[in-house]
Design a protein. Structure first.
Length: 141
């Protein structure tokens, strides 16, 4: 046997529903959703710092320094390179466009075994002198 309803009113009439009384103390209260907790925030920060560290370690890796004369020309006589220069490299500008500042970048590489930080400068930790370009006197014309 099939039941056919002619209208939505017929359907509503066939199903009972109950209206509960709201207690007096809750009648004027608004439903407020609790604030969202940043569950993955700390993990994202760790991943971001790791990504920054890996990118800068790549710049100072043996494989990269073998052919990256641009970076080597910008090393001072102690092998230091300003972090502002490193932050301007294309692969790091994606982080700086997120609002990451140089202090955050420096904090990201402080734990590196390959790099060391002094002030706002960074260099290879142990063999920095091997990567200095020998600067001779300027060419005379």
């Amino acid at each position: 046997m099939w039941l056919v309803w002619q209208s939505a009113a017929d359907l509503q009439a066939s199903y009972p529903y109950y209206v509960t009384q709201v207690e007096q103390q809750f009648q004027n209260m608004h439903l407020i959703r609790p604030p969202m907790q940043p569950l993955a925030f700390q993990q994202d920060q760790i991943n971001l710092q790791r990504d920054i560290q890996l990118q800068i370690e790549h710049y100072f890796s043996t494989n990269n320094l073998c052919h990256d004369t641009y970076l080597r020309e910008r090393m001072d006589d102690q092998g230091w390179v300003p972090i502002d220069l490193i932050a301007s490299f294309p692969m790091l500008t994606r982080f700086t466009m997120l609002g990451i500042d140089t202090n955050y970048i420096l904090d990201s590489i402080r734990g590196s075994e390959l790099l060391e930080v002094q002030g706002n400068n960074v260099r290879r930790r142990n063999d920095w002198a091997a990567w200095l370009l020998h600067r001779g006197p300027p060419p005379s014309n």
